[in-house]
Design a protein around this ligand. Structure first.
Ligand SMILES: [Zn+2]
Length: 312
């Protein structure tokens, strides 16, 4: 149907310089190719099709129910949010009471899971509203997505440091304080006008890598004060920490290298793209870390602190 015959109705909407795209036919939202989307959406040339663009907020929200190249990104973290929400309810009602948890345990668990949930929701928000017709709105959601990653990292550090240095309150406070300062430093960098620009792409990644890699320091310190690699406690927990870093490193590898779409451009537009793998690995990483925290907490409740560290 030629555009002049289309009447503006609930089924058609004026979208920027475009004529009346039939955006709701009855529920379909027009998808675009990489060449057709606005410059600010051009992040990944290997994802060639399936883009939503030029939409008002209401249609961005409705696009959750259509198949686009963001569908898996949206739903993976929406389900991730529901997972961590239900784990929170389960922890508070079953796991922690059964473990004879103290008030501190409840607070630490609540902070950790709350951070994971915030991270998931910020990500859902960004992937849902990245198709907004206003570039400013898209940028705001992107900034929130990055802030969410920092909050997610904080959610890993808090229970990790708390239980690793359970018997050594001095170092526990030192590391928790340092991590908080690092996260706040990342937040302040995010306010910089160039933070979201292409030129700062490396700076962004370097900042996140530094904050995540900083964890190696307390981990090595923990091994040392627990008597080195030969002791039982280190042998049972250190592999868990290593697996955590392995998941984090592979997640980041997919994020940065854009594999596999780099080798199969256009073939993984809807399913199997690197960002989707990154999303799933982030959920897996948070889940694994939460289980590890439970493991360490149970250990600490069953085993008294050794004398040499209890003084710390
Ligand atoms: Zn994402």
């Amino acid at each position: 149907m030629p555009p002049k015959l289309l009447k503006k109705s609930t089924h058609y909407i004026e979208l920027g310089s475009y004529q009346y795209w039939p955006v709701l036919i009855p529920r379909g939202i027009r998808l675009f190719t990489y060449e057709q989307i606005p410059m600010f959406l051009k992040e990944n040339p290997y994802i060639t099709d399936g883009y939503r663009a030029h939409l008002p907020s209401k249609l961005c929200l409705r696009s959750i129910f259509i198949l686009s190249n963001e569908t898996v990104n949206i739903w993976s973290h929406l389900l991730g949010f529901l997972l961590f929400l239900s784990m929170g309810v389960n922890d508070m009602s079953t796991v922690l009471p059964a473990a004879g948890a103290s008030r501190e345990d409840y607070v630490i668990y609540a902070i950790g899971l709350f951070c994971f949930q915030v991270c998931m929701l910020c990500s859902v928000g960004y992937h849902l509203f990245s198709c907004h017709r206003s570039e400013k709105t898209c940028r705001r959601w992107l900034a929130l997505d990055y802030a969410g990653i920092s909050i997610g990292i904080l959610g890993c550090y808090v229970p990790g440091v708390f239980y690793a240095f359970y018997c050594n309150s001095f170092w526990r406070q030192v590391y928790l304080g340092t991590v908080l300062v690092l996260i706040l430093a990342v937040f302040s960098a995010q306010v910089h006008p160039l933070y979201l620009s292409q030129e700062w792409k490396l700076v962004r990644s370097a900042l996140f890598c530094f904050v995540a890699a900083f964890g190696v320091l307390p981990a090595c310190h923990w091994v040392w004060i627990n008597g080195g690699f030969g002791t039982d406690i280190v042998q049972s927990f250190f592999p868990r920490v290593m697996l955590m870093y392995l998941i984090a490193a592979s997640a980041f590898m997919f994020y940065i290298t854009k594999i596999p779409e780099r080798y199969f451009p256009g073939h993984v537009n809807y399913l199997g793209a690197s960002h989707q793998v990154w999303h799933v690995l982030v959920v897996l990483m948070f889940y694994w870390w939460h289980q590890t925290a439970t493991y360490i907490m149970t250990y600490r409740h069953r085993n008294a602190c050794p004398e040499y560290t209890a003084r710390g």
